[in-house]
Design a protein around this ligand. Sequence first.
Ligand code: SF4
Length: 444
Amino acid sequence: MEKYFIKTFGCQMNVYDSHRVAGLLEKRGLSAAERIEDADLVIFNTCHIREKAAEKLFSDLGRVILIKQERAAQGKDTVIGVMGCVVQAEDEQIFKRSAAVDFALGTLTYHRLPQILDDLAQKKAEMVIDTEFPAESKFDYLGENTSQGACSFIAIQEGCNNFCTYCVVPYTRGVETSRPVEDVVREARKLVSEGTLEINLLGQNVNSYHGEDALGKERNLAYLINKISEIDGLKRLRYTTSYPADVNDELIDCHKNVPILMPYLHLPVQSGSDRILKAMNRRHTAGEYLEVIAKLREANPALRFASDFIVGFPDESDEDFQATLDLADKVKFITAFSFKYSPRPGTPAAEYEHQVPEKIKKERLAVLQDKLFGYQLNFNKEMVGKIVPVLFEGDGRHKGQLTGRTPYMQNLYAEAGDECRGKIVNVKIETATMNSLSGTIAGD
Ligand code: SF4
């Protein structure tokens, strides 16, 4: 086995997990294949958040069976694995739905992959599945994280105890666990020493972080942010995804006192209606959400917000939907992820009465997105003429152009040489569209 290919679906946590699995495989001497056809090991890292996301896996598995057969005809073995939230949710069903799968790993057991590959190679096992919520932390067996470039992610917290009635995460990622402070700080230091300028702290419910420090004392996200912000060479710090009710005063103070904490916060609200928020089992009202936004804005007036919305939740009335539109008008989010409610097997809301017809969901989503995209475009247009620091990460649309991100996570394209790659450079914004900006280098 020489080459691996990992296809990742879903959230940033899945991207991080795939990066850690790649690290495990490279420690075994494998290297990444450019094309799936060239891989001796193919892994799908899956998402279960919406029906469509889950189904994508099985259509991909249908295609990879053919590749496996073609390679077999050339005398080449291909091992196929599935990991992530679909495995955690579907368990043995995975094998019933696709005979192509050799192993299936849950969200908390992928550190056991090396042993599974050994067992498969020595024919000691077949169709291996491991969806345990193990006592040991996978992070203790994954080895050291490596830089993902100028911008790197660190998972600090996993799982969720909130049990929103539409969400599968508490079932697929388990209860909240937090990594020890020293482990996270050490990882951050290593990434910065390898050239990382921006760190994004990850968790399904990142601001309920409660990792222990070296003395065994429980510490929160604010404490961790202050610790990490002391690392020499780190220029930018972010954290995602937060829960409104867990935004405490210490965290708000960080947005006032930690200069490298970026003025952009993703704070999902889902709905503007208290009646629907209650039915979703969200631990906050629309009013409480707006209070948190107001406190954060007071701490840092430059702070701008992103959010998540679900339209067409069971029993959502026109008035409930109007409340969502009103909340969006009050906050004027600079970007937002909005979806039609998708009933997930095993979640309470999937059994609720008064499921909203697809036609109404579609209409409401169009109205909401029209509003949200308008705010996003307006904010981007306000940037024209301004000079902003951009972290250049990769190739642009054509030779001689690079792409990067502003402090507000906006995509930006600029004519720039390789000397700007992996650097933070001032750029004068020339044009703006809804999804990106373009500009010219304005010097250090
Ligand atoms: S807080 Fe987020 S991850 Fe947790 S149950 Fe609710 S939607 Fe899911």
